[in-house]
Design a protein around this ligand. Sequence first.
Ligand code: AMP
Length: 510
Amino acid sequence: MLFSDLGLGSEVLRAIEDKGYTTPTPIQEQAIPWVLQGRDVLGCAQTGTGKTAGFTLPMIDILASGRARARMPRSLILEPTRELAAQVADSFDMYGKYHKLNMALLIGGEQFGEQVKKLDRGVDVLIATPGRLIDLIERGNIMLNDIKILVIDEADRMLDMGFIPDIERIVGFLPKMRQTLFFSATMPPEIRRLADAFLMNPREVTVAPPASPAKTVTQALCVVHEDDKRKALRHLLRTEDVKNAFIFCNRKRDIAVLQKSLVSHGFNAGALHGDMVQSKRTETLEAFKKGEITLLVCSDVAARGLDVQGLSHVFNFDVPINAEDYVHRIGRTGRAGRSGRAFTIATPDDGKQVGAIGKLIGHDVPMIAIDGLENPPFDEEGGRDRRRRRGGRGGKDEGREPRREGRGGRGRDRDRGERSERPERVEREAVEPVAAEPAYQPRAEAPRRDRDFDRDRDRDRSRGGRDRDRRRREDDDDVPVVGFGDHMPAFMQRLARPRPAPAPEPGQEG
Ligand code: AMP
C-alpha cells in the first residue's frame, strides 16, 4: 500500500515524500481512510507505531478547507505531557508545511500572553495539555464550540495522571456534532468505557501491542544492594558502549542527586522531570537530541512517546513501580528497527515488581552480575511498603557521594524468594535479545497515593486551590498513579453497580 492509495491530498503527499516516508505504517493504513471519511476512530496503538501521522495527516487535509475564527479553534488535540504536545506540534509543522494552517500549542509552564495572542488570531489546530486548556477556558480566552475534530491521545496515560475529570470537563464544552479520534496504548475497562462515552459508532483500529519496539531491545537485570546502585550504574555506563541513554528514576527527588553524582564522576549527564520549568525542560531535551548531553536522568515524563532517534541504552536506576512503565521505558531504545540495550538495577526489595514485569512481558528478564559488587538474592517480602524503609540505616558508600536514603539490605535475613538463585555471571555478548511481548493486564488495584501528594492536595483545597491541584497533576508526571482521584466521572456513575455513589467531598467537582 502507498500513501497515495489512502485518499490524502497532493500537498500532504508532498510533505510525506519530503520526510522520506515510503509506505504507511499499519496504523496509518487503517486509520487514515476512516478519518478522511469523517468517522470516529478508536485506535489501540502506542507511540512508535506512527500514530501521530495517522491522525495529523488526514486532519491537515480536512482542515485545509475553511477558516478559523478568533478564539474559536477548529480542532483540538489533547496530550498528557508538554513534551508530547510539543512533539505533535512539530509533526503538524512538518506535515502541514504546504498548507496555511494556524496552530497553537497550549502547555503549562509557558507565558499566557503569547498563547492568548495566537488564539486571538484564530487557530485551526489547538494542541494542549488539559490543565492549561482549562485555565484558558476559565479565563474566557477560548471557546470550544467550533471544534470539528477532537483527538484524545495517550488516553491510558491521561488516566494514570489523573486527567480524566479534566478531559470530561473539556469534552463538556465541545459541540456534540464533531469527529472524535481516541488513541490509547492499552484498553483497560476504564478506558473502554470512556471511549464509549466520547465516541459515536467508532471504527476500531488496533496495531501490535508494545511488543514491536522491544523486539530489538536486549534486556538485562542486576540485583545489588541499595547502596551499590550508583556503582552498578557507573560500571554499566563504563563497560557498555553507550552512545546516549535515558536513566530512569522513580522519584523526582532522586533525579537531581543521581545526575550530580554522575557529573561528579565525569559523565555528561542532564536531568529531565516535571518540576523543572518548561524552558529548561525543552532546552535539556534539545541538548540531548543534539548529542550535547549524552545521559539524561529522568522521570517517566520521558518514558512515553518521546521520540529520540537512535537511543542506544535505557537504564532503570529504579525498578518501575508499574510493570507497564517498564515496557514504555525500554521502548525508548531499539526503535525503528535499530538495536538497543536496556538494563535494570534492582535491589533485594524489588522482587515483587521484577516478578510483575516478568509476568507482563511473558518471561524473566535475564540476570547479570556486576563485577566487584555483591549480587544478593531478592528478599521474600520484596513488595513491602518501600516508604517504611526510607530514612533507615544507610550502608557504607563512597565518601564523596551524597548518601542515599534507605536501608542497605546488608546483614538482613536473606530468605530465598521466588527468584532466589544467585545470578549467573553473564558476559555482555552472551545476553541474548529477548522480545518483550506484554499482554495488557489491568492493574489489580489502584496504586497507593503518595502521602505528600495527598497532603499538598488537601492544603491546596483548603486554600480554594483546585486549579493548583490540577496544574500540579499536570506537572507531576511521576507522582504515583492517581487514576480518577476522588472524582467519580459521570459516565462511570451511569454504569456503576447498584450501590449508592459516595457523596462528593466539599470543594470537589461533580
Ligand atoms: P509516532 O508513533 O507517531 O511517535 O512515530 C514514531 C516515529 O515513526 C516518528 O519518528 C515518525 O517520524 C516515524 N514515522 C511515522 N510514520 C512513518 C512512516 N510511514 N514511515 C517511516 N517512519 C514513520
